[in-house]
Design a protein around this ligand. Structure first.
Ligand code: HEM
Ligand code: NAG
Length: 537
């Protein structure tokens, strides 16, 4: 989704000729095209988990869109002024959503400066949207201002910003290598090397009090290094050399600014769509910088790749991503630039933040941490590597990651444009409505998740005592054909880093509760001051 971030400038670098064709459409062979019926419906018992039923002629008998409950506000402006006057409400959007659900129920409309958002809180309603999706789930761009940047620079929109046939072809090519377990596992050796180097570095960063000053940034640097290695098969020394530190700082800051500014624009009057406001200009400048940087890297990688091909020295395990993408007929040169570069920065707002959240939760829960550390020790080889077999065999650490996603997710919602007229909760939701599939509130509701505030990884273990949890309640990577394409990379890197950190250190937390700050996605609202204590012997 954060592929929204990186795009290429026009005319950077020459592309290579493609050698072979890959019939990527095969990947979707199992997918049955689905036509959205204009009349799916559920009845209106919002408080039960199992009350969904469909009938064929309900849409017309449902209450009209205008009747969907919503907080009072001026026509068109809606809640714009409220956010404008108190921007902290944007930062704690989780609280706003919780309040909306508590006051108005499981389907709520929110208007912000001309944008009508329909929030769906109930997992059954969310399921209904997924079930009605056809071959091409429709999404609005997550960062609209970034999409504007791309349009105004004649760039391709990238995966998360396209829909329909264009999206489908690109998606098939990308997911062939990113989502197939066997292919994604081929990247594990490279991810292991980056992680090992980072662990060596980490040791020297620990201050006398056991904390790592600026941990958030160091983890971001690790994420960036690993991503560059995944894309380009190159080491950038983002956490090693003076130049690397400076460069990674600039990229991390630019990415951070882009998200802050995009959030600001999302909640402001849409003047920026007509004039280039100072915020939009700043966002475009930061995009320019990231793009130039990424462009340079790709060009260097392509040169090295070409040389290896020409010299006949291209080993099978090198340039995995580039090799595949260059062979893919559906990926244009411009597409390749957008995709490969998105993968470079997506991690900054996702995997890196999620690793921090996991460290925080483990540091706060000693008993669970010890169980996780026991498993971690059994997963790594004597030289500290995570193999694909060990990755597959992990159970408890995966449950920890899942539980951390529940308490501290990457995002509050998943966005959709409704694929057809849907009857949801007794209301008409017309085709093209801007939907937020919002399971965050329910996944913290004690009526639905027992001991909702507590970190209990056990609830995700098979054969656990916990009641069966609705499968649509916690879907951090989303579901269906539009599911996060970086999911496997993210899972591999997370498990790997957690296993390595827990094997070497015991973690403690000596501060108050950590919250997250909303900037389209969520990030820790503070320095994650985990205390690292070496487990020697
Ligand atoms: C903990 C890490 C991550 C989480 C929880 C996460 C979550 C998500 C979610 C919820 C979506 C929206 C799916 C939908 O609309 O149904 C998404 C889309 C996407 N993610 Fe991730 N993501 C993560 C990491 C990454 C990474 C590391 C990459 C890059 C390698 C990435 C690349 C993408 C792309 C390109 C899309 C758009 C897919 C499409 O529209 O077809 N994500 N992600
Ligand atoms: C790990 O699991 C995947 C399927 O999820 C499988 O394709 C792969 O072969 C497994 N790897 C090992 C080494 O067991």
């Amino acid at each position: 989704m954060r592929n929204a971030i990186l795009v290429l400038l026009k005319g950077c670098g020459a592309m290579l000729a493609r050698s072979r064709l890959v019939y990527a459409s095969q990947i979707f062979a199992n997918h049955v095209p689905h036509h959205c019926s204009k009349s799916t419906a559920v009845n209106n018992e919002v408080n039960t988990q199992t009350s969904v039923s469909s009938s064929s002629d309900d849409y017309d008998s449902c209450l009209p869109f205008s009747k969907i409950p919503e907080p009072r506000g001026l026509p068109w402006f809606g809640r714009w002024l409220e956010y404008k006057l108190d921007y902290s409400k944007v930062h704690r959007r989780d609280l706003i959503l919780k309040k909306l659900q508590a006051e108005y129920g499981d389907i709520v409309k929110e208007t912000i400066a001309g944008r009508h958002i329909v929030h769906l809180f109930h997992p059954d309603y969310i399921k209904q949207v997924y079930d009605s999706e056809g071959k091409y789930p429709m999404v609005p761009p997550i960062l609209e201002s970034v999409e504007m940047y791309r349009r105004s620079n004649d760039l391709t929109p990238g995966l998360g910003n396209s829909n329909g046939e264009v999206w489908y072809k690109l998606r098939a090519a990308v997911q062939y290598i990113l989502l197939r377990p066997k292919k994604a596992m081929d990247f594990l050796p490279g991810q292991n090397k980056v992680a090992a180097d980072f662990m060596n570095r980490l040791d020297g960063l620990i201050a006398e009090n056991g904390e790592v000053p600026d941990l958030n940034r160091w983890i971001a640097r690790w994420g960036l290094e690993s991503a560059a290695n995944n894309c380009f098969d190159i080491r950038m020394n983002y956490f090693e050399t003076k130049e690397g530190l400076e460069l990674s700082n600039r990229i991390i800051n630019a990415n951070s600014d882009v998200f802050d500014l995009a959030t600001k624009l999302y909640f402001s009057l849409p003047i920026y769509r007509i004039f280039q406001t100072p915020s939009l200009k700043k966002l475009f400048d930061q995009e320019d910088f990231i793009n130039e940087e990424a462009c340079k890297n790709l060009d260097t990688a392509l040169e090295r790749y070409t040389k290896a091909v020409e010299d006949g020295t291209l080993a099978e395990d090198r340039f995995l991503f580039l090799t595949h993408m260059l062979q893919s007929e559906h990926v244009s040169d411009k597409d390749l630039r957008t995709i490969i570069l998105s993968i470079l920065t997506d991690t900054l707002s996702t995997t890196s933040q999620i690793l921090l959240n996991n460290l925080y939760n483990l540091a706060n829960n000693q008993k669970e941490q010890e169980k996780a550390a026991d498993e971690a020790r059994s997963l790594l080889t004597s030289s500290g590597e995570l193999t694909s077999a060990a990755f597959n065999s992990s159970i408890y650490l995966r449950a920890c990651i899942k539980e951390s996603f529940r308490l501290h997710p990457v995002g509050l919602d998943i966005l959709r444009l409704s694929p057809c007229n849907l009857a949801i909760g007794g209301y008409q939701v017309p085709e093209g409505t801007y939907l937020c599939l919002n399971n965050y509130v329910h996944s913290l509701d004690p009526a639905i998740i027992p001991k909702a505030e507590s970190y209990i990884p056990e609830r995700w273990l098979r054969d656990s005592d916990w009641d069966k949890i609705n499968p649509y309640l916690l879907t951090p990577f989303s579901l269906g054909t539009r599911m996060c394409v970086g999911r496997r990379f993210a899972e591999q890197e997370l498990l790997l880093m957690l296993a390595k950190i827990l094997t070497s250190y015991r973690l403690e937390w000596h501060y108050g509760k950590m919250h997250q700050r909303f900037r389209m996605l969520l990030i820790p609202d503070q320095e994650v001051k985990v205390k690292f204590i070496r487990r020697d012997g």
